[in-house]
Write a protein that binds this ligand. Structure first.
Ligand SMILES: C[S@@+](CC[C@H](N)C(=O)[O-])C[C@H]1O[C@@H](n2cnc3c(N)ncnc32)[C@H](O)[C@@H]1O
Length: 261
């Protein structure tokens, strides 16, 4: 009897330790294979100003226009505050921007609010009806595929009716069918945050490599090893980072590529 109690308490302790250290254990099992860089290495606009010995603040040109939305909206797949600041700051120095995946239009709105007056922003997305035509390939993660439906519920966006809406061109189309040829070498900034299945991330990335201009920047969202819904994003980025200079931006789920070849 005592042996059984000891055995059960060991098992319970192991389970408890696992749950209490889930994040740390995941970090060991699912290693990041992409080199990490500090945001200050992405662009000089991100260099911080030393306010005091324990406080770093943004420089004048990295102060952005932003907003909050009510948590009652229950929007899924949003960027963190820090990621939103990075995307907004890069928009300040980008005249032509492309986004894969609009969802509620949070990032699109930030890009429009912070980009130069004459900037143009293209954002490609699906509505619910269009998701019926999305095909799951054998390699595609089941949860990422299911999420496409949950995230494609918008016909109107956070920027709809706003002053900056005139900068934005929403393309309702499956990015798999999107013809990138007329946009070759066009964009200063591309944000890849559309479908998170392997086939879609691969498609959107390959099109982005053609559409980015010299010195342009591509950012991918959701590089989170160990997160089930981000599995295909991680797998694709690990594969292409063997041949391309892709970096993971510290303290974010963003990966970064600069087209300076
Ligand atoms: C994670 S959400 C985008 C979040 C948004 N970028 C933001 O920062 O708020 C994913 C979006 O990708 C779109 N999407 C998924 N698969 C797509 C595809 N094959 N073609 C076009 N858009 C797609 C969905 O409709 C959804 O709007």
């Amino acid at each position: 009897m005592i042996k059984i109690i000891i055995f059960l308490s060991i098992i319970l302790n192991i389970i408890l330790i696992f749950f209490l250290n889930k994040k740390k254990i995941k970090k060991i099992i699912y290693k990041k294979k992409i080199k990490e860089i500090d945001i200050s290495k992405v662009h000089e606009i991100f260099e911080f100003e030393k306010i005091s010995s324990n406080l770093l603040g943004p420089k004048e040109n990295a102060i952005i226009k932003s907003f909050c939305i009510s948590p009652d909206n229950k929007v899924i797949g949003m960027t963190s505050d820090y990621e939103a600041w990075i995307l907004s700051t890069l928009s300040k120095i980008s005249n032509k921007i492309f986004e894969f995946g609009t969802c509620s239009g949070k990032t699109t709105f930030l890009m429009a609010l912070n980009s130069p007056e004459e900037a143009k922003i293209y954002t490609i997305t699906l509505n619910l009806e269009m998701t019926n035509d999305i095909k799951k390939n054998n390699l595609d993660n089941r949860i990422s595929f299911r999420n496409i439906k949950n995230e494609s519920t918008y016909e109107k966006f956070l920027f709809s009716g706003s002053e900056v809406e005139k900068k934005i061109n929403v393309i309702f189309e499956n990015s798999i069918n999107f013809n990138e040829n007329k946009y070759q070498n066009s964009f200063d900034l591309i944000f890849i945050d559309g479908g998170h299945t392997y086939s879609i991330v691969k498609n959107d990335s390959e099109k982005s490599f053609k559409m980015i201009n010299k010195n342009g920047i591509i950012l991918w969202h959701d590089y989170v090893p160990g997160k089930e819904s981000a599995k295909d994003v991680v797998k694709y980025l690990h594969t292409i980072s063997k041949g391309k200079k892709i970096y993971h931006i510290k303290n974010t789920s963003l990966c970064y590529y600069k087209n300076n070849e």
